[in-house]
Design a protein around this ligand. Structure first.
Ligand code: BGC
Length: 454
């Protein structure tokens, strides 16, 4: 058991890091004559998730009062959506398989649904798009939720059975897998904040779920590799940057350090070391003794980056006052992309794996902020690559407007709207992909000047 002193030392060190990170600004902007050229073979793509786009799904969300209904009917219209993705110039499409479709009742597999996903993969191949497939993107079969989902260690077996079936069934079609999307977001929204199904408010329970998701990930990684030794397997990790609200207040710093470690780093550490032993003040210990199957269980580090929050002395999080925000009042903070990549870099190095940006995007119905958002975040990624951080691809969230969880259909993250009409940023994205980069000058242009470029 870690002593209180060592925990406090860790927290102070971590909060020191957070404060330094908060203070360090991005690198100087590149000269205006520069062309921000991305490495040859850089992967450009878009991302979606089954429940958010497919329509007609019954799962733990639909039965809890958040029915996505027909959504944007991607289930029927996938071929035209993939065609649009190809026309944008992308070469990778991140999607998820809906577990509740495949296994609507425990042990009963829907062959029609399996064939439908097979048809989708075939269509992706026809369009020249490589699928990256997520096994679990927040939603669960109703029966799995009813038995306590990942709050019970023994339930991991059900998830592994599903993962194993998918890996076996689609090993010839799918080379890139994410075991889980944003495990920490899922655990804390569903079990601590209580805003997502099953609406629990118990922080220690959330920690137990995190522990079980770490174990589930390690096992899923091995199961997929048993089917396909050369698959690229990872998980999509959300980094929400956390900075102290009052940078010089030691209590804000400590609260930031604890939260940032738990939320942004602990899962990575568990994978690097094959174990974890962490205790935040007042909470149960998060402990996994060394597990061989967990250590090194990623072939890439997937990062979803959207925003940052300021942490107060009480531990609550705020949007920085006066900050530029998106339609969901999330701060637009492009510098955070570089900071995130610098945070991930030592883990990527220790594991010897590249980084993929598995999501980045903005809720912006008018598309008035998205072009700049995209350029500024790509600028930060480009800077990271110049520093030697091995970023191999960028998947924009999202190809199309979709069901945004408890906010339902109001937020618009799509490069296309639900009618499949391209927003201006889709044209910009196409232009960036065509050039495998863009002139630094574009970062300085007003939205009207910029529009003339694409
Ligand atoms: C999730 C997506 C979500 C997006 C925007 C990510 O955290 O993976 O499902 O739509 O953020 O909120």
């Amino acid at each position: 058991m870690q002593s209180l002193v060592s925990i406090l030392m860790t927290l102070i060190l971590l909060s020191g890091c957070a404060a330094t990170q908060a203070a360090s600004k991005a690198e100087p902007e590149p000269a205006q004559s520069h062309f921000l050229n991305f490495p040859d073979g850089f992967i450009w793509g878009t991302a979606t998730a089954a429940y958010q786009v497919e329509g007609g799904i019954r799962n733990n969300w639909s039965t809890a009062g958040f029915d996505a209904g027909a959504s944007v009917n991607h289930w029927q219209r996938y071929a035209e959506d993939f065609e649009q993705a190809r026309k944008m110039g992308t070469s990778m499409y991140r999607m998820s398989i809906e577990w509740s479709r495949i296994e609507p009742e425990p042990g009963q597999y829907d062959q029609v649904a399996i064939q439908h996903y097979r048809d989708m993969f075939a269509e992706l191949r026809r369009q020249g798009l490589t699928p990256m497939v997520t096994m679990l993107h927040f939603t669960l079969p109703v029966w799995f939720e009813a038995k306590g989902a990942f709050s019970k260690t023994e339930n991991i077996d059900d998830y592994i059975r599903f993962v194993s079936l998918m890996a076996r069934t689609f090993k010839d079609e799918v080379n890139w897998w994410n075991t889980i999307n944003e495990p920490l977001v899922y655990a804390f929204k569903s079990y601590d904040e209580g805003s997502w199904p099953p609406f629990q408010k118990d922080r220690n329970l959330a920690l137990r779920v995190v522990r079980n998701l770490i174990l589930a990930h390690g096992r899923a990684y091995r199961v997929i590799h048993a089917q396909d030794p050369i698959a690229w397997v990872g998980y999509a990790h959300n980094v929400t940057l956390l900075h102290p609200n009052w940078p010089l207040n030691p209590v804000d710093q400590i609260m930031t350090g604890v939260q940032s470690y738990l939320f942004n780093q602990a899962f990575w550490d568990a994978i690097v070391h094959g174990q974890i032993d962490f205790q935040a003040p007042g909470l149960d210990r998060l402990v996994i003794p060394y597990q061989r199957e967990l250590q090194g269980s990623v072939d890439f580090i997937g990062i979803n980056y959207y925003t940052r929050y300021m942490v107060t002395a009480s531990g609550s999080t705020l949007t920085r006052s006066g900050a530029p925000v998106n339609d969901l009042n999330w701060e637009i903070y492009p510098d955070g992309m570089l900071e995130t990549l610098r945070m991930a870099a030592p883990h990527a190095k220790a594991l010897g794996v590249p980084i993929m940006i598995t999501e980045n995007g903005i809720a912006d119905a008018k598309d008035s902020q998205r072009p700049k958002f995209m350029l500024e975040h790509l600028n930060q990624i480009w800077q990271a690559i110049q520093e030697g951080i091995p970023v191999h691809g960028y998947l924009h969230w999202s190809l199309i407007d979709n069901f945004e969880w408890i906010e339902r259909y109001e937020p618009r993250f799509g490069l296309m709207d639900a009618e499949r009409k391209w927003r201006p940023s889709a044209y910009l994205y196409r232009k960036i992909i065509e050039g495998n980069g863009f002139p630094a000058q574009w970062l300085k242009e007003t939205p009207t000047e910029l529009k003339r470029e694409f």
